[in-house]
Design a protein around this ligand. Structure first.
Ligand code: VGL
Ligand code: ZN
Length: 208
């Protein structure tokens, strides 16, 4: 049994004061640190939203669009986001209080301006994968716990891809270690993850 923890996008950009803040997003940092310390994981991995300044998910790249309008990217409906997590800026850094010393592998994503990548495992159009599934398979990961930001976007699609791309592995969502953008979206995401076979747990179950 090889147990891994996947921390999704615990970055300044998704915390209060960031460019795409998730309400109470910074509340997940203390939970992440406790889970890292007490969880007894063999591996800790983290994803990092890492966009070029001209990323096609940014409303700023689409004349007439405002942040949170709908548009199209790579042939799919796409939320037009405010500019966020631009490579090399403080907005893209991990939250300063996150215990990054324990992170074994960082998966950057969203680098191709022509497609968004909510999932840490592959682009939204599923055409290109990141290195994360190969990395976790090379380590023989049989259990993956995940948590982070945002529940209804990057956590949601990372969890579904984990089920799909790590066949046979047990996937668990640490629900209290996540915060979302839209309450209705969070509810739907939790239902979709549970339906896909993701076990929904509470961080208080970790390390006791
Ligand atoms: C995310 C929207 C755009 C996320 C990333 O981390 O959930 N959401 N980019
Ligand atoms: Zn993004």
């Amino acid at each position: 049994m090889t147990r891994a923890l996947l921390l999704i996008d615990i970055q300044n950009g998704f915390c209060p004061g960031g460019n795409l803040p998730v309400a109470d997003g910074d509340a997940v940092v203390a939970i992440a640190n406790r889970v890292i310390e007490k969880g007894g994981y063999d591996l800790v991995v983290a994803s990092q939203d890492w966009h070029p300044a001209n990323h096609g998910s940014f409303a700023s790249q689409h004349p007439g669009k405002k942040p949170f309008d709908m548009g199209v990217l790579s042939g799919q409906p796409q939320v037009m986001w405010p500019d966020h997590c631009i490579q090399g800026t403080p907005d893209a850094e991990f939250h300063p209080d996150l215990d990054t010393a324990r992170i074994d592998y960082v998966q950057r994503k969203g680098e191709n301006p022509a497609v968004d990548s909510y999932s840490a495992f592959r682009d939204n159009d599923k055409a290109a994968i990141t290195g994360l599934s190969d990395y976790l398979k090379s380590k023989g990961v049989t259990e993956l716990d995940l948590m982070g930001l945002a529940t209804d976007y990057c956590v949601h699609f990372s969890a579904l891809d984990a089920v799909d791309m790590l066949p046979g592995a047990k996937i668990r969502l640490i629900a209290d270690g996540c915060r979302g953008i839209d309450p209705k979206g969070v509810e739907e995401a939790l239902a979709a993850m549970a339906h896909a076979g993701v076990e929904i747990i509470d961080s208080t179950r970790i390390g006791i």
